[in-house]
Design a protein around this ligand. Structure first.
Ligand SMILES: NC(=O)c1ccc[n+]([C@@H]2O[C@H](COP(=O)([O-])OP(=O)(O)OC[C@H]3O[C@@H](n4cnc5c(N)ncnc54)[C@H](OP(=O)(O)O)[C@@H]3O)[C@@H](O)[C@H]2O)c1
Length: 331
């Protein structure tokens, strides 16, 4: 299969400024945590990437450990880049990677030391066959490493030209404030924070979004569909090919409780009244907040991705819709 990107690729996507930086990100970005590993079907992943780029998704998010096996999502993405995104197409892409979780054995294979971050970034570049990533993240705060050391490692990576921007993920509001100040003092402003945020997981509303807004830092919400729960995937049980049914997934069948299904059904009714799928409504609900730069979705098929892209057709909510959503989630 040969791939030629569509000329119409920038016609419908919405691009949002990432904090107070010069960088625009697509309102919908694609993550390669699941569905792109060595256990997955390579051609399916490749088709999803093509469909994403053909529809204006310029941002692809990876991490050292994505797979399984760890590292294989970066290797597969590297193969797709070298086959299909040759020439100047690299300049149309925003590629991110991260280090923080366990990647290799021994004391230097996880957390936030300078030793780990810099060597992990080098490994990621090799796996993807890239000279640089656009964004490099500290994937999680490390309680046992001075935050200054972790931020100085990000600064070094940027100054070495291995990443264009620095980001943080899973840092709470106070840790983020500190990280933002340190990075600013080093001359490498924090571009973006990547927290878990969806209708079901709302901790960011309790301080973090304000810290990011004040600091001029963008926010990209990961698992915006609660790993598939905020879609029609589980309305009638657990399909065999779903994440919750797979041994390698992080969503477990036990997470799909009767109470959750009940909530999902009620949310699905509100979505229907809006002429949207539940997935589209869940994404629109996040994007209505101007502090949210992008929603970072996953997809196991082109059809899912296509459905999610149509969220952009209706990002507005009436007061009554917002209230009924709040009531359903609170129950
Ligand atoms: N920074 C961090 O610590 C961190 C942690 C987790 C994730 N992330 C990032 O966030 C990205 C997205 O995470 P996620 O995959 O959990 O996101 P998500 O969008 O909440 O869930 C994606 C899953 O939902 C299902 N789905 C998606 N669209 C659908 C649709 N229209 N209809 C029905 N089902 C649909 C699919 O599940 P099935 O597979 O069942 O089809 C898909 O794999 C990751 O790839 C990664 O880049 C970051």
């Amino acid at each position: 299969m040969d791939y030629t990107p569509l000329l119409s690729r920038y016609d419908t996507m919405k691009y949002n400024r990432c904090g107070r930086s010069g960088l625009l990100l697509p309102a919908i970005s694609l993550g390669l945590w699941h569905n792109f590993g060595s256990v997955d079907v390579f051609e399916n992943g490749r088709k999803i990437i093509h469909h994403a780029f053909d529809n204006g998704i310029t941002h692809f998010d990876l991490a050292n450990n994505y797979g399984p096996v760890p590292g294989s999502a970066e290797e597969n993405f590297g193969k797709i880049l070298s086959k299909d995104f040759t020439g100047n197409l690299r300049d149309e892409l925003i590629i991110s990677s991260k280090a923080g979780y366990l990647m290799w054995p021994g004391p230097y294979g996880e957390w936030g030391s300078r030793k780990y971050l810099i060597s992990s970034c080098d490994q990621s570049l090799k796996r993807m066959g890239l000279d640089y990533v656009d964004i490099f993240y500290s994937h999680r705060p490390d309680p046992n490493t001075p935050i200054e050391e972790t931020m100085m490692a990000l600064d070094t990576i940027v100054k070495q030209g291995k990443a264009l921007y620095a980001g943080i993920s899973n840092y709470d509001a106070d840790q983020s404030k500190q990280a933002i100040e340190i990075l600013k003092s080093l001359g490498t402003p924090c571009l973006i924070h990547q927290p878990k945020y969806s209708m079901f997981v709302r901790w960011v509303e309790d301080g973090l979004l304000d810290v990011l807004d004040e600091g001029g830092v963008g926010c990209i919400a990961f698992s915006p569909l609660a790993q598939g729960m905020l879609t029609d995937r589980y309305l009638n049980g657990i399909p065999e090919d779903s994440r919750a049914a797979k041994p390698t997934g992080f969503l477990k069948a036990d997470d799909i409780t009767h109470e959750k299904i009940d909530t999902i059904k009620h949310l699905n009714d509100v979505a229907k009244q809006r002429n949207q799928s539940l997935a589209q409504m869940a994404l629109a609900w996040l994007l209505k907040d101007k502090r949210v730069t992008s929603v970072l979705i996953g997809a196991s098929s082109v059809e899912q991705l296509s459905n999610n892209l149509s969220a952009l057709n209706n990002l507005n909510f009436s007061e009554a819709e917002l209230q009924s959503i709040e009531k359903i989630i609170a129950n």
